[in-house]
Design a binder for this molecule. Structure first.
Ligand code: ADP
Length: 219
């Protein structure tokens, strides 16, 4: 599903965020991406989403070489990927339902279909009863689950998560990780960037480690 071949990323500041990174993640696999703050985890995820371009090397996602994608093809590429952030970036001026429906409106789904898909996504994260509420009234853990529902509502082939449990206590963090594992059991490929080693060690999953932009362990 993801293949990095000799990928390096130098920012315009001259900083080498990734150096000769090689790894692959198969379809239906789940892995953690770990490493110290500044190791290059977010950069690696941003390259997969095409929010950044590599300075050298090639990246393939779902059989497509990203450098060969034309600008017009980028939205289709991004639609295959569900992204979860630490600070879930929910809109507090609209309901839970509308937050989750947003990517479906952008993709041009029919209203009936939007209702079904939003409720299916809410059901998967266990928050079906909260659709009419404003997300500001929910707990931090619930808000993160709404962020996850929004990421999966398009039924992506790949989920990328950047420090998805950064704001949560250990119990809620484990709950969020169980959700990712459940999506993975249903066939979705999952890559989770996290520096929470205690949590990662509990999970018994493949671990990719970055150190100063180099991948020192790829499981
Ligand atoms: P991590 O997610 O592991 O904390 P990042 O990928 O965010 O690491 O950052 C890797 C390195 O690249 C850091 O030293 C960071 O300061 C630098 N960096 C990240 N984004 C940029 C940018 N847009 N411009 C210049 N340097 C950046």
């Amino acid at each position: 599903m993801i293949e990095f071949s000799h990928v390096s990323k130098r920012y315009p500041t001259g900083h080498d965020a990734l150096r000769d990174v090689n790894f692959s993640l198969g379809r239906g696999e789940l892995a953690f991406l770990t490493g110290h703050s500044g190791a290059g985890k977010s950069t690696l995820l941003r390259l997969i989403m095409l929010m950044e371009r590599p300075s050298s090397g090639t990246i393939q996602v779902a059989g497509q070489t990203l450098t060969q994608l034309k600008s017009a093809e980028i939205p289709f590429h991004r639609r295959r990927i569900g992204v979860v952030f630490q600070n879930h970036q929910l809109l507090f001026d609209r309901s839970v339902f509308d937050n989750i429906a947003l990517p479906l409106h952008i993709s041009g789904y029919h209203l009936d279909d939007i209702g079904k898909r939003v409720r299916a996504a809410l059901d998967k994260v266990g928050l079906l009863s909260k659709e009419k509420l404003n997300p500001v009234t929910l707990s931090t853990g619930e808000q993160q689950r709404i962020g996850i529902a929004r990421a999966i509502v398009n039924r992506p082939q790949l989920i990328l998560a950047d420090e998805p449990t950064g704001n949560l206590d250990p119990e809620l963090s484990a709950e969020i990780m169980r959700l990712f594992m459940e999506f993975n059991h249903h066939g979705t490929t999952v890559l989770i960037a996290s520096h929470d080693l205690a949590l990662i060690n509990q999970m018994d999953c493949r671990v990719l480690t970055l150190n100063q932009g180099r991948m020192t362990q790829h499981g």
